[in-house]
Design a protein around this ligand. Structure first.
Ligand code: PLP
Length: 368
């Protein structure tokens, strides 16, 4: 029997999903992959062994549903974050993307709006629209910075139900002052999500938004194990907020959303936090070397408190991206004119990127 598949447009899809495109950072098996801000250093051998032991033990009881409240893992995150937090203030899910989805399901949805300062993380609009809510883009100032006055004024105008503040910001790397977060919080009766996916790469003496949590019940600080923690493949993200926010998230999560294997792996990895985070200083060093070399090559790198560098001065980003691809180096075209984004990898990977780029000539212009 010949089966003819229908096109997406022929299905009775939700009207508000028609015409949308899914998240689609290219996944290509190139020798040097610096496109999605992973920690490119593998998990240390002895740590991997210990995680494996924990997963093996969990597997023996996998006939039972896991702890729905993932209590041990929440205690682990509370301890890791410090700042006097306890497990009742912690939530986790399969990647911080799912954490953000839970927040949107609880606090956005049809008839509501979420707001982000463009350019920012490309998943905010996608996650927002998937809950039936409207996404509103604000703007940034010179070099993608954000001032407290400007941010608050934009929020007062837009009156969103949820504000996303990516701090430091992806894809630009820009730090966000705590004064901006305070001003945004005071300018809205809604939920303010500070996405600190890259906080571990910020200068040691910079203050986290976690310090603003006391007396701010609508403030949420989200984190992930995908970047600094070298755990992207395990899919674990988490947040800290008032216990009432956690109660709201219980209304929308699927029962047992964190598998016993995920809980065991993440709990074990957290026990080895210093070893898992050991490469952070090295990555920060590569980030700064990449920025300095880009500058010397005539590009314009933006200040970054993350593990990646956005740089302008690219004549034709699509063709430079392709020329690097053809040389075995995968970076990211984030759609910002004359700009590309590269993740800081190991010393060898970072050198491979810089050498390949230098070989293209000024502005990345040389024909391949
Ligand atoms: C990578 C990233 C995340 C992390 O997503 P996970 O689902 O935890 O892998 C969240 N926010 C931002 C801004 C990111 O860049």
């Amino acid at each position: 029997m010949v089966r003819v598949s229908v096109r997406l447009d022929d299905l009775p899809l939700r009207d508000d999903l028609r015409g949308l495109t899914p998240y689609g950072a290219p996944q290509a098996p190139l020798p040097v992959a610096l496109n999605v801000n992973e920690n490119t250093h593998p998990v240390p051998e002895d740590v991997a062994d210990d995680i494996l032991d924990s997963v093996a033990r969990a597997l023996r009881e996998v006939n039972r549903y896991p702890d729905r409240e993932f209590t041990t893992l929440r205690e682990g995150f509370a301890e890791y974050l410090g700042h006097g937090l306890d497990a009742r203030q912690i939530w986790a899910a399969n990647g911080s993307n799912e954490v953000l989805q839970h927040l949107l399901q609880a606090f956005a949805g049809p008839g509501r709006t979420a707001f982000g300062f463009a350019p920012t993380y490309s998943m905010y609009p996608l996650l927002t629209r998937a809950t039936g809510a409207t996404y509103v883009s604000g703007s940034r100032g010179v070099d993608y910075t954000l001032s407290a006055e400007d941010a608050a004024a934009q929020i007062e105008r837009a009156q969103p139900d949820i504000v996303f503040l990516c701090a430091p910001n992806n894809p630009t790397g820009t730090p966000v002052g705590l004064d901006v977060i305070e001003a945004v919080y005071d300018a809205t009766p809604g939920i303010v999500i500070v996405d600190e996916a890259y906080q571990e790469f910020a200068p040691r003496d910079s203050r986290s938004a976690l310090t603003l949590l006391p007396d701010r019940p609508r403030l949420v600080v989200s984190r992930t194990m995908s970047k600094a923690f070298a755990f992207a493949g395990a899919r674990v993200g988490y947040l800290a907020a008032d216990p009432a926010v956690i109660d709201a998230l219980r209304l929308v999560r699927l029962p047992y959303h964190l598998s016993a294997l995920t809980q065991a792996a993440a709990t074990a990895a957290l026990r080895h936090a210093p070893a898992m985070l050991a490469m952070v200083d090295d990555i920060v060093g590569q980030r700064d070397r990449i920025a300095a070399t880009l500058d010397a090559l005539g590009y314009r790198p933006f200040e970054s408190w993350t593990n990646f560098v956005l740089f302008a001065g690219v004549d034709d980003p699509a063709s430079t991206w392709q020329a690097l691809y053809d040389r075995g180096v995968l970076i990211r075209d984030v759609g910002i004119p004359h700009s590309l984004r590269v993740t800081a990898g190991t010393e060898e990977e970072s050198t491979a990127f810089l050498d390949a780029l230098a070989s293209l000539g000024p502005g990345g212009a040389t024909a391949r």
